[in-house]
Ligand binder design. Structure first.
Ligand code: ZN
Length: 202
């Protein structure tokens, strides 16, 4: 499966000058919502991810995603695996699991995102699920930004990866591109201004 072509065909691999949530700048941005606006494509991606996870005969009871970004990918993955789906959401900045979702003691949970960069939100969702009695058996994402090491890739993780090393991380592809400190950003030096993805209709 050519995940990069799928993102390009959906105009989801944006080129410009972007201010990332980490505060860093980048020439590229992955807008997964554009890929997932097609339920058929979302299903194909989730089925490929599910097949990859099944090869590792991981025992999973439930998929949990951090809202909002991870919800569509996680829901489709849960459907493909035939598992329950719940989500975590930020309330006043704190990740929490609400909406009447219960987690049983020892329930095996896989945390699913659309994109994993350093894995910060995924880790926060995992911690909340753990605090309610869940056991985190894996992490998954449609795409990996190259900071964390995924199962089956030779690309080594970076020290900034926040995901635990003793739990497998599954993703369909690595999308590695440079990010810059604002003071060292070549795009800023050319005189353009970084924009927040989503702020101008992108
Ligand atoms: Zn810049």
């Amino acid at each position: 499966m050519h995940v990069e072509s799928i993102y390009k065909n959906a105009n989801a691999l944006l080129e410009g000058h972007f201010l990332l949530s980490s505060g860093k700048h980048s020439r590229y941005y992955l807008q997964s919502a554009k890929v997932l606006e097609s339920p058929k494509v979302a299903e194909e991606l989730a089925c490929a991810l599910a097949a990859m996870i099944k090869m590792h005969s991981l025992e999973i009871d439930t998929i949990c995603s951090p809202a909002l970004g991870g919800v569509l990918a996680g829901y489709e993955l849960a459907r493909a695996l035939g598992k329950r789906f719940i989500f975590a959401e930020r309330v006043n900045g704190e990740m929490s699991i609400r909406r009447g979702f219960d987690i049983a003691q020892g329930e095996k949970i896989l945390v699913c995102e659309d994109i994993i960069t350093t894995g910060g939100s995924a880790l926060e969702a995992a911690r909340v699920a753990q605090s309610m009695g869940g056991i985190i058996v894996g992490f998954a994402a449609l795409a990996n930004r190259g900071f964390c090491q995924r199962v089956g890739s030779e690309l080594k993780g970076k020290p900034t990866c926040k995901l635990p090393h003793d739990v497998p991380f599954f993703a369909l592809a690595d999308f590695e591109f440079d990010i810059y400190e604002p003071s060292e950003c070549p795009l800023c030096k050319e005189g353009s201004k970084a924009i927040k993805p989503g702020s101008r209709g992108n």
